[in-house]
Design a protein around this ligand. Sequence first.
Ligand code: F6P
Length: 543
Amino acid sequence: MTNVAAIDPTTCIAWDSLLGISQASSETTIRALLDSDPNRPAELSHEAAGIYADFSRHRVSKQALGALFELAEQTNVLGLRDSMFAGEHINTTEGRAVLHIALRMPREASLVVDGVDVVPQIHEVLDRMGEFSDAVRSGTWTGATGQRITDVVNIGIGGSDLGPAMAYLALQHYRDDAIRCHFVSNVDPSDVGEVLSVLDPNTTLFIVASKTFTTLETMTNAAQSRSWLVSALGESAVSKHFVAVSTNAAEVTSFGIDVKHMFGFWDWVGGRYSMESAIGLSTMVAIGKENYTDLLHGFHAMDEHFKNAPVERNLPLLMGLLSVWNRDFLKVPTTAVLPYSQYLSRFPAYLQQLTMESNGKSVRRDGRPVSYDTGGIYWGEPGTNGQHSFYQMLHQGTSTIACDLIVIAQSAHNLGDQQDILVANALAQAAVLSLGRTAEEVRADGTAPELVAHKVMPGNRPTTVFMMQKLDPCTLGALVALYEHSVFVQGAIWGINSFDQWGVELGKKVALGILADLRAETSKDSLLDAASVADIDKYLSLK
Ligand code: F6P
């Protein structure tokens, strides 16, 4: 296993300083921090790659921020960053480089990994994707009966689904209306069943997207879709209606897809970091290769910023450091992602995998257990919908929840002042979450005394406001890369490997054992515990 040193952050002098600062400032409020320093918003707001980030509503003093920068230095965050950009094998438990940053490098760049320049390979695949998506969009690529493709079904799960599904909604405004994309992920037969029930085999193209091409859900849904197609159009139709995105040519071939219809990527692209690899094929078909290139430019611009910007205004670094501060020193367990954009309705779901599969770990890279909190819980819904659902808890619940508000200045739909109404709500929430409302202020409103306690708003919720002029392919790429690198910074400080996911393996294995029992209609041979045996028996009696 490659040895990338994992420093225990609690042994760093800066960790002790941060503990001291957080204890000494436990009564400090965000309101007081803002009141005492009129320059705070200007000093704590920075812009990169079209993304403006206002960190001034965090409960962090200049002293704490200074100690966080020291912690980054003492845990060698930038050293690990440079190792990633150099193609070193920083995914130690899988012995791999971590090179999603290469996927968005321009054609003229070069990055030699294990003796091979990976950039030409990447652009070769991008060029093939471009030719293919042009052919589908123009109608040159037809189904087996000569009809144009009107519906594309991406079959994948996890990183092979969430990024494309999120981007398809986010970039709706940029897509070709003549082609609809559908996303089948769940092994629940209702998922594929509902999608297939409205499609015409003559005009449907399936993209089977799986890095490994062995994932149970994806292969089950792909086999089901193949049978549906073959029963309508015959075996010979498969080559015109199925393409694959994978790293596993052997499995693609044995599924019956010719490798000339396979778009490859590499083991150094993690599933949750793959939306701009060939896994983005459905995105490219939907928005076209020029827009897809803009998406890559956005990613790359944020990569360059992360790599080169000074620490004091390096957005992913600041965002990652503040996340560590919130998690380990302010004991904030969770972050609500609140996009004020209906287009970003799947962005929180996408981030759940990115953040929690990456940093939901409790041993360091050297296998030693951590003695501090690591990855927080990420979840969310678009505003303003969430305001009428769970915001009550954000404002007055007993747990402090950090909030990321994402604001877009220009709507794709110019409908009166509706965008102003949306943005006014976002900014109002940012103010209320961070400042709250004291009992004195509530009383001054003339509130009945017995209601005062109910109307007090504690505020002090660490709140970030992200703003961009418009949600286009470029800014979407930059936004995703910002979160990716923030996740990287957090994992680097915690000394964990943000790029493996061993925790998901056991459940898959146990499921196969239970499936064998279900198929045999007995739980007798199972080595499972008594509760599982009872549940299996109950299921068999009910089905
Ligand atoms: O089960 C977790 C996981 O391995 C994710 O990391 C990955 O994105 C997903 O499954 C899908 O994997 P594949 O692309 O190999 O089908």
